[in-house]
Design a protein. Structure first.
Length: 130
């Protein structure tokens, strides 16, 4: 590695705290520092309509309407701040998201568009009240 290349690489590693940045060899373009992690297509909150409390044990499923492929979102956080995240990481497109839980009426949102941003997909922020 040439001296200039080595300095640039060390700058990138120092800037990113060890993670690869797009401006340091990725696809963000000149002057863009992008994290080297895949972005989730969806960030979803699910609450109880009556109490307003978060529901952390629902099933949240996304469907890619182009090919009908399904993905179940993962839950993160504790009982007061849980949320669901995931889907088809870094896949732009149009999706349907369905939330279900025993004792509640399932809900579906259709036509959710996820677009590609400068570095990652622009995650759809969704809220369901069951």
């Amino acid at each position: 590695m040439r001296s200039t290349s080595l300095r640039f690489w060390l700058f990138c590693v120092a800037l990113s705290g060890g993670a690869s940045l797009s401006a340091c060899g990725g696809d963000g373009g000149p002057g863009t520092a992008c994290p080297a992690i895949a972005a989730a297509n969806f960030n979803v909150t699910v609450t109880d309509k009556t109490t307003g409390k978060r529901i952390c044990d629902a099933k949240v499923e996304a469907t890619d309407t182009a090919n009908m492929e399904k993905a179940t979102l993962d839950v993160f956080g504790d009982a007061s701040s849980c949320g669901y995240s995931g889907g088809f990481y870094e896949r732009p497109g149009t999706f349907t998201v369905t939330v279900s839980k025993a004792g509640y009426t399932s809900q579906t949102q259709m036509g959710i568009k996820v677009t590609k941003g400068v570095c990652n997909v622009m995650s759809a922020q969704l809220a369901f009240s069951l």
